[in-house]
Ligand binder design. Structure first.
Ligand SMILES: NC(=O)c1ccc[n+]([C@@H]2O[C@H](COP(=O)([O-])OP(=O)(O)OC[C@H]3O[C@@H](n4cnc5c(N)ncnc54)[C@H](O)[C@@H]3O)[C@@H](O)[C@H]2O)c1
Length: 315
């Protein structure tokens, strides 16, 4: 595909890296972001930027640009907050509907949607796309609803779609992004290293895993973005997991970070958290088959790139 790609959420952690990658592939790029979390400075100046909320009138964007496809990253994504503020998180759904209605009106025929492993809920083990979906938080519910609505718009209006269910995205995409509101294990470990936190708390050490701590599937942001570029070009409508088919335990993350950085990461064990499954890993067979995509970066690569970003900002 060539032409103009509309990137929603293009000022965020993943979207801003995708914008750069698209520009590098000679696409024209238009970004919509409400800057609720994203930062304008992360958006490459070669992209055309609109500070807009997806629930607002978007016609200006579609009138002023001939959009060929949409990569839809924009969403609120804090799981706990979604359980406290369903009104805010419902915008994930209404914003998506608003966007799809514009796509119908302006004859835009393809969307790549950022979905999440959160649609599977309290699943355990290696998950294929056929695994039952049963979100256990409102954030995951909004993602699943969006997937369903997109599928219907595809049926009714012939919009091509790929819903990509990301597992745990990590690493630096070259923009030195620091999570302003760290809730995930990678930025938490980094905050300990740069002395913004005292120690890493590992929740639970008696899970049925190789070292008793929870295992998750970490995917490098650059590999993730590559998958989006490939998805633009496939003639396939459906859902694809994005993960590595491998997992790392929390204790391994702490140990590998100590090894990569050459300094012990202080940690302690805490109690299990409610609702944390022992192991969550993506089967990525379908991504390989449909997108011809394979992750290239390792967890140690992710640790190294994230640390470089944090080190630069704190030293
Ligand atoms: N980071 C992960 O590990 C992960 C995992 C699974 C799924 N996802 C999904 O990937 C997408 C991108 O995630 P991210 O990590 O880059 O998050 P992020 O918060 O850094 O980026 C999301 C961007 O969307 C913008 N935004 C949010 N709601 C908006 C709205 N209503 N209108 C306009 N802009 C809006 C925010 O300002 C932000 O810049 C999200 O949809 C997220 O749910 C992320």
């Amino acid at each position: 595909m060539t032409g103009t790609i509309l990137v929603t959420g293009g000022a965020g952690y993943i979207g801003s890296v995708a914008v750069k990658a698209l520009l590098k592939k000679n696409y024209d790029v238009v970004v919509i972001d409400n800057l609720s979390k994203g930062l304008k400075k992360l958006v490459d100046s070669k992209a055309k930027f609109y500070e807009l909320d997806l629930v607002d009138d978007l016609s200006k964007v579609f009138e002023e640009n001939k959009i060929d496809a949409v990569i839809h990253f924009a969403a609120y994504k804090a799981v706990e907050e979604s359980m406290e503020n369903a009104v805010k998180y419902s915008d994930n759904i209404s914003g998506t509907i608003n966007l799809l209605n514009c796509m119908v009106k302006y004859s835009v025929k393809k969307i790549i949607f950022s979905s999440s492993a959160a649609v599977y809920g309290e699943a355990n083990g290696v998950l294929s796309e056929n695994h039952d979906t049963n979100p256990c938080n409102y954030y995951g519910f909004t993602k699943l609803e969006c997937e369903k609505i997109i599928k219907w718009y595809s049926k009714v209006h012939g919009i091509g779609y790929v819903c990509l269910r990301y597992f745990n995205v990590a690493g630096d995409g070259g923009l030195r992004y620091l999570d302003p509101d760290a809730k995930n294990i990678f930025p938490i470990i980094m905050e300990v290293l740069v002395k913004k936190r005292e120690k890493v708390v590992i929740f639970g050490k008696d899970y049925d895993t190789r070292d008793g701590t929870c295992v998750r599937d970490y995917i490098d942001i650059n590999d993730l973005v590559d998958a989006h570029l490939l998805a633009l070009d496939v003639d396939y409508n459906g859902i694809i997991n994005l993960g590595t088919s491998k997992g790392a335990s929390v204790k391994e993350l702490v140990d590998w970070t100590s090894e990569v950085i050459g300094r012990q990461v202080p940690f302690e064990y805490g109690k299990r958290r409610a609702g944390d499954p022992a192991e969550l890993i993506a089967s990525n067979e379908k991504a390989l088959k449909i997108l011809n995509w394979k992750p290239k970066r390792t967890v140690k690569d992710m640790i190294k790139s994230t640390y470089d970003a944090y080190k630069e900002s704190f030293e």
